[in-house]
Ligand binder design. Sequence first.
Ligand code: PMP
Ligand code: GLN
Length: 387
Amino acid sequence: MRGANTYLGSIGTTIFTVMSALATEYQSINLGQGFPDIEGPADVVQAAADALKDGRNQYPPMPGVPELRQAVAAANKRFYGLDIDWAKEVTVTSGATEAITASLMAVLDPGDEVVLIEPLYDTYVPVVRMLGAIPRIVRMVPPHWDLPRAELADAFGPKTKAILFNSPMNPCGKVFTTEELAFIAGLVERHDTYAICDEVYEHLIFDGARHIPLMTLPGMRDRTMRIGSAGKTFSLTGWKVGYVTAGANLTPLVQKAHQNLTFTTAPNLQRAVAVGLAKDDAYFASLAGNLQARRDQLAAGLAAVGLSVLPTQGTYFVTTDFTPLGFNGDDVAFCRHITEKAGVTAIPVSAFYDEPDAPRHYARFAFCKRPEVLEEAISRLKRHFGA
Ligand code: PMP
Ligand code: GLN
């Protein structure tokens, strides 16, 4: 039979699926794929249950239910001082994953170049390629993950249509500074391009650091598509409700992409997320505060196991260098090994690189788990490595 899609035929199954399947097979503690092991806020879950029963279960409006678009606009104002017209500048999607694809579709023509920053989330490159566009990848290097400004500037050229980046950043926990964002904004303006900002971890940020959306910088308001995810903000990753905030110039294009991808998203979940976004500031502060305590717990535990733990300022994740353990093998082998032999699963960081020359001695562990689960994972690793 004739070959089907060549590109999809050439890529593997996502690492998150692979490692979660392995975790199930070996019944290990899954600190791989990033999902909390507690339910999200009870009032938000209750709102979703109630909304199923009040007769609004047919197709919701294509751009999203008004309640949620209004709530996204209000959250933009509350957290970042952005004035957003909910009717013209907000699109609800089926998760940030769809939002990323719809935003790329909104601006790219085949042959356009997109600047990406490694390590990168694993859907970015496949989607850019499937749209017939060309990834131009710039690499940040551990342990400091500094933005390589000269290389970034070199990556922008006459064919560049957009930059797509993630802050706070999965897997490394980097939060872009105002200076770094200003540098990116300068390139975006100079080269007359767009920016797609994956800000799914906007509220999962630690040590008093502040998340700054690129969209708030001068000149960026109409060039930026800002992406959020209810999955992360309400610890309900299975809900897959995302949102794109973009100027009235770009939003119609994002919506035309969305109408051809999924058209709409479950109405009860949308309405419940609107309830969530209206929660008081204390909710958002405790979300970050609790997670910061889990970060500290896991980081201290992994250091006691003997791993070299890199700092993380946001997200669900801590990156570790396992070289000090003397393990004989790369990161994929290490993550398999600890799953099978120690009963703890992590994600090999090389999965966040496109090129074969990725670093291969880092493993990412998720700390969005109950304290007793993290404790048990640390004990298992200590026992296994004789720490
Ligand atoms: N971007 C990044 C950086 C992520 O880590 C995730 C996590 N799943 C997503 C996008 C996708 O978010 P969602 O589950 O809302 O599709
Ligand atoms: N974002 C999650 C992570 O980085 C995984 C999401 C997924 O499995 N698609 O672990």
